[in-house]
Design a binder for this molecule. Structure first.
Ligand code: SAH
Ligand code: SF4
Ligand code: F3S
Length: 475
């Protein structure tokens, strides 16, 4: 009999957190005897969800390669397959559970293969129970706070112990973990972990823990390293970047950090995600003053109704959001905006949904991620009645998407005949004289050209306009 070793995550502990307490910092090093554990074996990491997870996926790759594993060409061939999951909406979870369910016959045929689950779903008590009880094909479960323990967990799994999961040791910052960057010219850099905002619908504060900011010198060192290795663009990551440094006692931490990042000289800086409540005017000034801070802002608003925003615990009104957008447009006339919107939050009326449409009309977003509200166990909103029928939610989503597409197209038309600077992300799969990449404005541009390398920034003249992309030719 194989032994189960596990500790369940404690979601309720989030409510008892001391938000003022500073994070403990630890530096990672791989124990000597684990360096060759994976020799001759391959791995594959399937990542879902946001950029924080993508970055974690890079770290998982780094750890596994330092243990001697090599990347598998395809998921089916891998000796070790890890699902790096997202818990933000139920539909995404069901999809992953389906995928994991489908692995059962493969496990029966190849019991030596190792299947792991990590990421935000591995932080949910209910999901972890379900995985342990109903998915015997899963050998390894570990939470978002435990990436550094992957090597020792892997060792245990290889010794034949199964279903190992670890309670998140919340509150730590682990520096110095290896990573395999997916794109060397475009690097993700975490500036903070976790979130203290507790929007009532959102599971992230429970799956990612309290806000922990990295030290500025560690962030800057990583950006400099990235730049010296040929990196052109850095994306600063945090659930609420504008609150950077508050847990370290910094007054206006994000503005200071953004300025310092700009002064490293890296060609492009973007940051995800901003929160309207914590946005300071001084940050807008830095965006305006440094040409390498991209003038494309993702600023999730969620709803245009004050009552819904209040019940979401977002901490701003539609009016204050509009004022923020106005201030930015006044200081940075060519700025572009994208956002996130939720329809069908508990008790959202037609009039309240109308307010969201009005806000979209006012802000004329360049694009938006739009979602149907999904109740998440353990969050305050899950205790409110999910009373909007699915048919109404779907209808609202469709109306909203049509509105978003209308402005996306109208905004894009302004780029016809203009020349944009595009960071080339490689030729298209079908034709080697057609490339694609993102402009400074964060517009997806498909363009023709000759001999352009991935990671090169090229001027492209825009010749055609679509709702969500532009066509052009390299000059
Ligand atoms: N930290 C970021 C994003 C977090 S999750 C922020 O605050 O904006 C990304 C998006 O998922 C959110 O902006 C929200 O629009 C959506 N989302 C989060 N929880 C959700 C839920 N329970 N149902 C539907 N959409 C949700
Ligand atoms: Fe979730 Fe709100 Fe935190 Fe974003 S700011 S991660 S929506 S709790
Ligand atoms: Fe999903 Fe976790 Fe990111 S829930 S959106 S992967 S922080």
């Amino acid at each position: 009999m194989k032994k189960n070793e596990y500790i369940l995550p404690d979601q309720k502990a989030a409510g008892r957190r001391n938000l003022k307490e500073q994070a403990e910092r630890v530096s990672f090093s791989m124990p000597e005897h684990l360096h060759r554990l994976g020799e001759g074996k391959t791995y594959f990491v399937r990542t879902y969800g946001c950029q924080a997870n993508v970055r974690d996926g890079e770290t998982l790759g780094g750890l596994l390669e330092e243990m001697g594993f090599s990347p598998a060409a395809a998921q089916e061939e891998a000796d070790v397959l890890i699902f790096n999951t997202c818990a933000v909406r139920r539909a995404a979870e069901e999809h992953v559970l389906g995928e994991i369910g489908n692995l059962k016959p493969l496990k029966e045929k190849h019991p030596e293969k190792i299947f792991g689950v990590c990421g935000c779903m591995a932080q949910e008590e209910g999901i972890v129970r379900e995985l342990i009880n109903k998915y015997p094909q899963v050998d390894l479960i570990f939470g978002t706070h435990n990436l550094d323990q992957l090597p020792s967990l892997m060792e245990k799994v290889l010794q034949g112990k199964r279903s190992i999961s670890v309670l998140s040791e919340e509150g730590r910052i682990i520096e110095g973990m290896p990573a395999v960057r997916t794109k060397p010219y475009k690097g993700f850099v975490n500036i903070m972990y976790g979130c203290d905002k507790f929007c009532t619908y959102c599971i992230v504060p429970y799956t990612r823990g309290k806000q922990r900011s990295r030290r500025m010198e560690d962030i800057l060192a990583e950006i400099t390293q990235l730049r010296e290795a040929g990196g052109k663009e850095v994306q600063l990551l945090g659930q609420n970047v504008n609150a950077y440094g508050k847990d370290l006692g910094m007054e206006d931490g994000f503005t200071d950090l953004l300025r310092a990042c700009a002064e490293t000289g890296i060609e492009r800086i973007r940051f995800y995600t901003s929160h309207p409540r914590d946005y300071s005017s001084s940050t807008i000034d830095v965006m305006r003053d440094y040409p390498n801070v991209m003038k494309a802002l993702h600023l999730p608003v969620q709803s245009g109704s004050d009552e819904i925003l209040r019940r979401m615990n977002r901490g701003y009104t539609a009016e204050s959001y509009r004022k923020l957008v106005d201030e930015m447009k006044a200081k940075i006339p060519d700025i572009t905006f994208t956002t996130d919107l939720i329809v069908g939050f508990p008790s959202e009326t037609d009039e309240q949904f109308e307010k969201t449409l009005e806000l979209v009309d006012y802000c004329r977003f360049d694009s938006a991620f739009t979602f149907i509200y999904s109740p998440r166990e353990g969050t305050p909103a899950a205790r409110m009645e999910d009373d909007i029928p699915l048919s109404v939610k779907k209808e609202r989503l469709q109306v909203l998407n049509e509105r978003i597409t209308k402005y996306a197209r109208e905004n894009n038309e302004a780029y016809a005949e203009r020349t944009l600077k595009v960071l080339c992300e490689g030729p298209s799969k079908k034709r080697d004289d057609v490339f694609s990449g993102y402009s400074e404005e964060n517009k997806l541009v498909n363009f023709t050209g000759k001999g352009i390398r991935e990671g090169e920034i090229v001027p492209v003249r825009i010749t055609g306009v679509k709702s969500y992309s532009l066509d052009g030719e390299a000059l």
